[in-house]
Design a protein around this ligand. Structure first.
Ligand code: SF4
Length: 224
C-alpha cells in the first residue's frame, strides 16, 4: 500500500495547466500522475485485455459523441445528448441486446417509461424492483423502531437478489435507476455484467444530488 494520499479533487492548479492534461504541466507533491508509475502501468495493461479493451474504446468514443460543435475547437464544444441517449448509443456501440434494469420502487413510473423506451429499440429487457422477494427487514437485523413505518411489516431492499436475478438472466449490461445509497453499492458488488447509472436517488432534490452542492454557500451551508 502506498503511503501517499492522493487528493486530485483539491488539486491547486488550473485544469489546463495540470500534468494530467499537459506534458509539461504542474503538479502537487502527492500527484498520482507523477508518483504512481507502477499502478499506472498495471492499469494500462488492463486496457490492453479483451473485453476491457473494446469496452474502454467504445466508452471513450461515447465521451466524444457527448459533444457537438467539435469542429469549432475545444473552447466551443457543446453538450450534445442527455444521459439516457448516451446509454442507448453506448448499448448500440457495444452490440448489446439483453439489458438489465435494477430500480427502486419509488421510481417505478420512471422505470416503466425507461423499460418501454428500451423495448421500442428492440432491446430485450429484464427489470427487477428493489423490494423483490418480499423479505422482511428483520432478516438483516432491523427492529421495529428502525423501520420507516414502525410496527408494520416492511419489505427490505434486496440489491443482492436484484443482481443475482439479472446475473441468472444473463443480462449483458445493467442500468440502475434510483437505488438507495449502500443498496447500490451491494448491487455493484454482486452484478456480473457491467453497470451504468441512469439516475441516483435523492429524495429531497428530485434525484439531483448536486443541487445540495451547488447551494453549499447558501441553503445547505450547515453541511460545511
Ligand atoms: S493527477 Fe496530479 S495534476 Fe492531475 S489533478 Fe491529480 S494531483 Fe492534480
Amino acid at each position: 500500500m502506498s503511503d501517499t494520499v492522493y487528493n486530485c479533487a483539491t488539486c491547486p492548479f488550473k485544469p489546463t495547466d495540470r500534468i494530467c492534461k499537459t506534458d509539461s504541466g504542474r503538479y502537487p507533491d502527492n500527484c498520482p500522475t507523477v508518483k504512481a508509475a507502477k499502478i499506472q502501468t498495471m492499469a494500462l495493461d488492463e486496457y490492453g485485455r479483451e473485453p476491457v479493451s473494446t469496452f474502454a474504446r467504445q466508452a471513450s468514443l461515447q465521451e466524444k459523441d457527448g459533444y457537438a460543435n467539435r469542429e469549432s475547437g475545444y473552447e466551443n464544444v457543446r453538450p450534445a445528448k442527455p444521459r439516457i441517449e448516451e446509454i442507448f448509443d453506448f448499448i448500440e456501440k457495444m452490440g448489446y441486446s439483453k439489458i438489465g434494469m435494477a430500480f427502486c420502487i419509488g421510481l417505478r413510473k420512471e422505470a416503466a417509461q425507461v423499460e418501454k423506451l428500451f423495448a421500442s429499440r428492440r432491446l430485450e429487457m429484464v427489470s427487477v424492483i428493489c423490494k423483490v422477494g418480499r423479505v422482511g427487514k428483520e432478516a438483516i437485523g432491523i427492529g421495529d423502531h428502525d423501520k420507516i413505518a414502525a410496527g408494520e411489516f416492511e419489505s427490505m431492499c434486496n440489491p443482492i437478489l436484484q443482481a443475482e436475478l439479472l446475473n441468472e438472466a444473463g443480462t449483458e449490461f445493467n442500468v440502475l435507476i434510483g437505488l438507495c445509497v449502500g443498496h447500490d453499492s451491494l448491487f455493484f458488488q454482486y452484478a456480473k455484467a457491467p453497470c451504468t447509472v441512469l439516475a441516483v436517488k435523492d429524495r429531497v432534490t428530485g434525484h439531483n444530488p448536486l443541487a445540495a452542492i451547488y447551494t453549499l454557500d447558501s441553503y445547505y451551508r450547515a453541511l460545511k
